[in-house]
Write a protein that binds this ligand. Structure first.
Ligand SMILES: Nc1ncnc2c1ncn2[C@@H]1O[C@H](COP(=O)(O)OP(=O)(O)OP(=O)(O)O)[C@@H](O)[C@H]1O
Ligand SMILES: CC(=O)N[C@H]1[C@@H]2OC[C@@H](O2)[C@@H](O)[C@@H]1O[C@H](C)C(=O)O
Length: 377
């Protein structure tokens, strides 16, 4: 039982879409969400994005100095306006993820960030889980459990993140701890927006299919969709996780199609991957709550609504912020790490037993005078 009271934590996430750094405050004891606070966003400039894109797929030991500087600078910019946090959760930028092989690599120096901000920083959230045989991802599920409690859910519910990659968490809020057997089942569903964004850049020179504008003019090509579903990933039982570019073959599958049909087919692939993944849920959830940028794509959302047997809604419908959920997750997880609570479990990453990952870089500064800025939900 966690007997310490809530503190203000500030989380930062730089996702696989490479669009920028999200930052958000949560007041929590690491179990219950007491309140949500302010949030912010620091976009990457185009030159910064190019530097990060060039670093994708690289492992420690490679020359990553330019990318490291981008990550440190952008996070300092994103986090320094929040002067009231007691603790920071710093995810960093995933450059490569191969849990069964070389490991997982999030770029970012938590010790330097702690020094720059003058605040204790929890970072390197995924390595320990991978070292102990877990997938190292997804890690948001423990926070999804807390969100299910916060919205007052009394029966199983799913959270679906449609970012660059998609990930699904089935939560049974009737269990009293997220690490309890049967409280959570989570896994990456497949590619979501990343390959669609790559297609849009290749064909139209824009970074994404805003509001599904191109996809809605086309039709899903069933042959390409079937080839996509032949991928062994879809036959694997969860837990399972993906690297951003594990499905770069999707671009080949739509090579012969016109732009609109290619966009529709890729949108259909992302949605169908979720439908296939939903078959793993222990029982049908009461609803699927969608977070991440894909919830703003009406074509993707419509495909999910038609294909799933339960309501599909953006998380805003239950008072959550779908742009900030992952940043909030790393705020919440930072408090769990600082308090010795687990952050992953057999049902979320496949690790043999619940464990807490993360390193803590401490500044040694007294935090008594700090006052968290809170908006509040
Ligand atoms: N209005 C919109 N219409 C269509 N797609 C959108 C819209 N807004 C955002 N997106 C998509 O959402 C993506 C960003 O999603 P998000 O910010 O959740 O990704 P991420 O956090 O970087 O990824 P991940 O969760 O995989 O780390 C954009 O790159 C774009 O493809
Ligand atoms: C290795 C890695 O960074 N994975 C990300 C990625 O982006 C979405 C999906 O793939 C998810 O598994 C994870 O991020 C979220 C925040 C998570 O860990 O829950």
């Amino acid at each position: 039982m966690n007997k310490q009271g809530p503190i203000w934590a500030l989380g930062a996430m730089s996702g696989t879409s490479l669009d920028g750094v999200d930052a958000a405050c949560v007041l929590t004891d690491g179990v219950t969400i007491s309140r949500f606070g302010e949030s912010g966003y620091r976009p990457y400039t185009e030159p910064e994005q190019s530097v990060l894109r060039a670093a994708l797929g690289k492992w420690p030991g490679a020359d990553l100095e330019a990318a490291r500087q981008v990550i440190q600078r952008a996070h300092m910019d994103a986090l320094s306006p929040f002067d009231g946090a007691d603790l920071v959760g710093f995810h960093g930028q995933t450059l490569a993820h191969d849990p069964q092989g070389r490991g997982t690599h999030q770029l970012g120096d938590g010790a330097a960030l702690a020094e720059g901000l003058g605040c204790d920083v929890v970072w390197d959230f995924r390595s320990a889980d991978v070292a102990l045989g877990g997938e190292g991802a997804p890690l948001a599920p423990f926070f999804h459990w807390a969100c299910a409690k916060w919205i007052g859910a009394t029966e199983p519910v799913c959270f679906l993140n449609l970012g660059g990659v998609g990930n699904l968490t089935w939560v049974d809020p009737r269990l009293s701890k997220p690490e309890e057997d049967g409280a959570l089942l989570a896994f990456d569903t497949g590619p979501a927006n990343a390959p669609l964004n790559d297609l849009m850049m290749q064909r139209r020179g824009v970074s994404f299919d805003r509001d599904g504008g191109l996809a809605r003019q086309g039709a899903v090509e069933d042959g390409a969709l079937e080839l996509f579903l032949d991928e062994p990933f879809f036959r694997r039982m969860p837990p399972k996780s993906l690297d951003r570019d594990d499905f770069s073959l999707m671009l080949d599958l739509v090579r012969e199609l016109g732009d609109a049909d290619a966009a529709a087919t890729m949108t259909g692939m992302a949605a169908t991957a979720v439908m296939v993944g939903m078959e793993h849920c222990p029982v049908q959830p009461s609803r699927v709550l969608v977070t991440g940028g894909g919830r703003k794509n009406p074509v993707m959302m419509q495909m999910l609504s038609v294909g799933l047997d339960c309501p599909v809604q953006p998380v805003e419908d239950v008072g959550l912020d779908g742009d900030m959920l992952e940043a909030q997750a790393f705020a919440y997880l930072a408090v769990r790490v600082a308090r010795g609570l687990p952050t992953s479990a057999p049902g979320t990453t496949g690790v043999a037993t619940p464990i807490g990952g993360g390193q803590i870089s401490r500044t040694g500064l007294a935090k008594g005078a700090r006052r968290a800025r809170g908006g509040g939900a």
